[in-house]
Design a protein. Sequence first.
Length: 402
Amino acid sequence: MVNKNVLKDFNKLTCKPGDTQNWKSQVGYQDTTPYNNPDVQVVACGSAGAGQWGKFALDVAKVRGTEITAANAGLSTTSNQWQVNLTLNGQGAAAFSTLTSHLYNTYYAAGQSGDQNSAVLNQVAIALDGNVVSSPQIIGAIAGGNAQITGSFTQAEATQLQNELKFGSVPLDLKTLFVTSVSAQVGKNQLDAGLIAAAIGLMLVVVYSFFYYRGLGLVSVSSLLIAATITYLAVVLLSLYQNFTLELAGIAGLIVAIGITADSFVVYFERLRDEVREGKQLRPAVESGWKRARRTILVSDTVSFLAALLLYYFAIGEVKGFAYTLGLTTLIDIVVVFLFTKPMVTLLAGTKFFGNGHPMSGLDPARLGAKTPWRSSVRRNQVRRRPDPATRSTTSRNTGGS
């Protein structure tokens, strides 16, 4: 017997196909308490079979999800159609036997004779989170705790029902244990701290470049500035078109990128200086040094990019932001080194300041300990005095008369 309040809710309830949430507000279900209580009658929306959607008045639960021990989707051995095999524990088997016996003996025969009310009452509703996920009819008393739910199931539908029966008994009510609020000011402070750290790191690299590489420091600093500009534009465009958000972890990836870019020109400059130490002229040294450095730079950047790619794939949360910016800046480093750093060094090799190995150029052969210094020098004009013609004639005659 349906109580009058539930019947009232049933009459005013309207269920729309696929609606699993909005209907609850129609009957005043503000939280999960009403429909998660197995000891009260409730109303529900859900699957009515054969692709139909309907509304239900549910009696108190006769069998609970905790009494299901197994549920498996499989093909029927007789009809070769998908079905769900259900196994109940002792308590559930006894309750299910009583329920199915009552429904079968009371409603099955009348339902088969065309009585629509009896056919509807001869159904068992499987409910999850207040929604009916399946409503099979009972075609016989089921004892022993083993049952089959049959129908025109596809494999996906049978598997979904299997999972709902398996895991629906797991308590899903979530309770808030604690709440942590982070103000916008805290986030701004973290962002400012990250930017300051990046500025300090960049400044140290600039100072080191000019101290150790002298004139070549112009190339390294220019490379860093171009890489920073491209990175900034990339972040702006990604934020605009891909909803990319730069967080503290992403800023950490940008800071690490400073080291990646610095490492690339350090490798190239050291290879170039090695060639100078071997006594090569600067122009050939630029090309041979680049051939030696190019492979090392590519291997290093490839390792960094693969590490970023794997980290992005397996990580969660903010770590993905770190991996994303690390991979992005690694690609930018390759572009800058190949399209700017190396061509710029080639151009500078043709200038007098670098080509003559000025002590402040960073390529002074003497300072680098070159085997054979190649620095060009200005030759002094040497003027040979021509002998006086008269003297030359006298000498010739004296020589000839002797």
